[in-house]
Design a protein around this ligand. Structure first.
Ligand code: DON
Length: 304
């Protein structure tokens, strides 16, 4: 399939809608300043073909997309031991909700809501140097050096009252081993990584390659079984309380972030990243979701 004309067509269809609907995340002050009228899309196929359109080269804050990479490192370091304190069920609640944690004794529903990612980060802090390991992994799989934005990390730390509450609440149940401030510092830095659409399409490539490294095919980032499971979790939990709608409308494993990015996986075929900063009420990119709907309608690609 020739993807470049398809992505050009999607970018042209989306462009007139930029800035009309949705809202840029404003609960993190450094993100509130990002202009809403931007849209990028990029993909990389199993065999290394690339296509991209719009603002695909503009770096943005990957935010919760980092939760896929934190989970990947956690699964590699701990295998099934990672699941002792983290569930694998959709939450049906907003990504920063506290309510389930009380009923469920401090065990987060899944690794893609904030509480779950903070719990994964705690495990990483116990097993590795969490900040350095993340940049090393991302730089390897994206095939270029990846950085944090320190201003975004500081902005999150200054205003992350809900995350601070979530971490302390889990700590009160004995589910966080390390110092809360240390765990949150690593978590905020992970969220504050900056990448563009093409870098993310490349870096997630192991998820459409049965876990094989996108640039070093003889090396596994995770096992084939682990890659399948990360994809399953993305499909069921990657877009929070909109995961059902995403499965229905798009039918691909997806992971979103409040920076406006969404990555999507077509197993054995390609990885795709869309970005547009204005969000819908569930915290997912409004036009990013629209672009993914156009992509699957135009290509017929789906896991179903
Ligand atoms: O912790 C937070 O709230 C943000 N750093 C990340 C949230 C996020 O991206 C959820 N996504 N839709």
């Amino acid at each position: 399939m020739q993807f470049q004309p398809i992505l050009d067509e999607i970018a042209a269809t989306i462009r007139p809608h930029l800035g009309l609907e949705g809202r840029v995340a404003d609960y993190i002050p450094a993100l509130a300043r990002v202009p809403a009228q931007q849209f990028g899309i990029a993909l990389r196929t199993f065999d290394g073909q690339e296509a991209a359109a719009g603002d695909f080269a503009t770096p943005f804050s990957i935010q919760s997309i980092s939760k896929v990479f934190a989970l990947t490192i956690g699964m590699r370091l701990m295998g099934d031991g990672l699941w002792e304190r983290i569930g694998r069920e959709p939450s049906g609640d907003p990504f920063n909700s506290l309510v389930q944690l009380e009923h469920e004794h401090g065990v987060p529903r899944n690794p893609f809501i904030n509480a779950g990612a903070i719990a994964v980060t705690d495990r990483l802090v116990s097993h590795c140097e969490g900040k350095a390991e993340m940049l090393a992994q991302l730089s390897s799989i994206a095939n270029e050096t990846i950085h944090y934005n320190p201003e975004v990390a500081a902005s999150e730390a200054a205003t992350g009252f809900r995350n601070i509450a979530l971490a302390n609440f889990m700590k009160s149940f004995g589910k966080i081993d390390n110092d809360v401030a240390t765990v949150l510092d690593v978590y905020f830095h992970h969220c504050a990584i900056e990448m563009n659409c093409l870098q993310l399409a490349r870096a997630t490539g192991f998820l459409c390659r049965d876990g094989a490294h996108p640039y070093l095919p003889e090396r596994q980032v995770v096992t084939e079984r682990q890659a399948r499971r990360i994809n399953a979790l993305m499909l069921t939990c990657g877009t929070y309380d909109a995961a059902g709608e995403f499965a229905y409308d798009i039918g691909l494993p997806c992971k979103s972030g409040v920076g406006g990015g969404i990555v999507a996986v077509v197993p054995d075929q390609l990885t795709l990243c869309v970005w547009s900063p204005a969000l819908d009420t569930t915290g997912n990119s409004l036009l990013g979701k629209k672009a993914l709907e156009l992509f699957v309608a135009r290509t017929g690609l789906s896991v179903f």
